[in-house]
Design a protein. Structure first.
Length: 217
């Protein structure tokens, strides 16, 4: 059976998080298709991974038998995260927008799993071609043609890193205007928010089912 790697990074728990609501819908649909499958779950808000250090970084460019004890320990933490990524048949990432970018906890995870010559820019990479679904929620709208289009750094960044560096098969689900129900100045946008949320939930369930059927074929 297929293995799903599920990463959440929202600081808000449960239904208080727009991205978690959608990743939960994806995961439930996935588990309906794979009741005996494996889900590797990381909640980066509850259990953040170490930020990359000099020892962890330099160890990635040195032969293991030359590692100092500090490099060996730091690199072992990276390898555990990389092995989880390599085990996955599909990847699900909740990536809310905070101050125009991804949460620092998600950046820390990415810095650990991007390893040149193994997961990144590597012809024999085990992660190459793995489908990844990114739930990129945001309080406003940064879609093409909107006033804040130029501030869209989440999808642009993740597409460059996940697709171009890791060679993953990237798909985005974008629930937007999530602040509309909470900000009186955005009250007229509530219907658009509701439509975006509904579409995101439908897209998540459909994507999970489509991937499950593809991997089972």
């Amino acid at each position: 059976m297929a293995t799903l790697l599920h990463i959440d990074s929202s600081v808000f728990p449960g239904s208080a998080s727009a991205s978690r609501v959608v990743t939960d819908a994806f995961r439930k649909a996935w588990e309906e298709q794979h009741p005996d499958g494996t889900v590797i779950y990381r909640d980066l808000a509850a259990n953040p991974v170490p930020h990359i250090t000099a020892d962890a970084h330099t160890a990635g460019f040195a032969a293991p038998d030359t590692h100092t004890p500090e490099q060996a320990a730091a690199f072992a933490d990276r390898v555990r995260l990389i092995e989880e990524l390599e085990q996955a048949d599909a990847i699900l990432i909740g990536a809310p927008m905070y101050n125009f970018a991804i949460p620092s906890t998600l950046k820390a995870w990415l810095d650990n799993v991007v390893l040149m010559g193994r997961t990144a820019m590597a012809e024999e990479s085990k992660v190459k071609g793995t489908p990844v679904t990114v739930v990129a929620s945001r309080g406003g709208s940064y879609a093409p043609g909107t006033p804040r289009e130029g501030y869209e750094y989440v999808q642009n960044y993740l597409e460059a890193l996940l697709r171009d560096m890791l060679a993953l098969d990237v798909d985005f689900i974008v629930p937007e205007l999530t602040m509309a129900p909470h900000n009186p100045a955005m009250s007229e946008l509530v219907p658009l928010f509701e439509a975006s949320r509904s579409k995101a939930l439908d897209d998540a369930a459909a994507k999970a089912k489509e991937l499950a059927e593809r991997l089972a074929a």
